[in-house]
Design a protein around this ligand. Structure first.
Ligand code: C5P
Length: 234
């Protein structure tokens, strides 16, 4: 059974490129992130294809609108059968609470498994200079995480740098999905607030989202196996 703490990001424009990477990674990777780039290009077909291969899916569309609209959008997306959906925590407590409630109601009435719903805290690409909020980024992340938990969400997307604080604030069961993870020695251009896979998990992350360090490697399977070795050794 593949280690589902690793989620590989399928940031491609075409179905063929996405399928090629999934086939290359084979049974070693079971969890994939489909984001705006791929979903807006190829739509639901990629989700159906991944499901036909028994892969788990984080559909990363980062919904952000008024409560009723976000809840409706999520209930439509739920029909695709992704395992994780997400919204922006900056949409507010009422938006997140409405979204979580409506999603659970819809899953129950349709007799399907409810996907996990998680919230983006602060985009990991922002640094303290770009961030215009009154609070420090880490304090804002902790506030958003607490708000998401109180609204009934299952977890958050956050930088690995803030995983420890979120774990302390939100308790054991809360999902912490961390992008911006770079294996040691990775030559992918680095932004702020990153960490190695091992450090992210040690800080309390439950899942790592990794894209370019695997996708852009000469041998993507080897790159994925190296990451899996690193996290299995923890
Ligand atoms: O950078 P990388 O290719 O590993 O990114 C994988 C995914 O993680 C991207 O789809 C992006 O949404 C997310 N990401 C992020 N913050 C970063 C880097 C990447 O949210 N600093």
């Amino acid at each position: 059974m593949a280690d589902e703490r690793l989620i590989v990001a399928l940031d491609f424009h075409t179905l063929d490129d996405a399928k090629k990477l999934v086939d290359e990674l084979g049974d070693d990777v079971n969890f994939y992130k489909v984001g705006m780039e791929l979903f807006y290009s190829v739509g639901a077909e990629i989700i159906h294809w991944l499901k036909s291969r028994d892969k788990k899916i984080f559909l990363d569309l980062k919904l952000h609108d008024i409560p009723n609209t976000v809840a409706g959008g999520l209930c439509s997306l739920m029909n695709l059968g992704a395992d994780i959906l997400n919204v922006h925590a900056s949409g507010g407590f009422t938006m997140m609470k409405t979204a979580a409630e409506k999603l659970h109601e819809a899953a129950e009435s349709r007799g399907v498994k409810c996907p996990k719903l998680i919230a983006i805290t602060v985009l990991t690409s922002l640094n303290q200079l770009e961030w215009c909020g009154a609070l420090k980024i880490s304090d804002q992340v902790a506030n958003f995480a607490k708000l998401a938990k109180d609204a009934g969400l299952d977890g958050v997307v956050a930088s690995p740098q803030e995983a420890k604080l979120i774990r302390e604030t939100c308790g054991e069961k809360f999902l912490i999905v961390t992008p911006g993870v770079r294996p040691a020695g990775s030559n992918v251009d680095d932004q702020s607030r990153i960490a190695t896979p091992a450090a992210a998990l040690q800080n309390g992350a439950t899942h790592l989202v990794i894209g370019r360090p695997i996708r852009a490697a000469q041998n993507p399977r080897e790159a994925a196996l190296k990451i899996l070795d690193e996290i299995n050794g923890l």
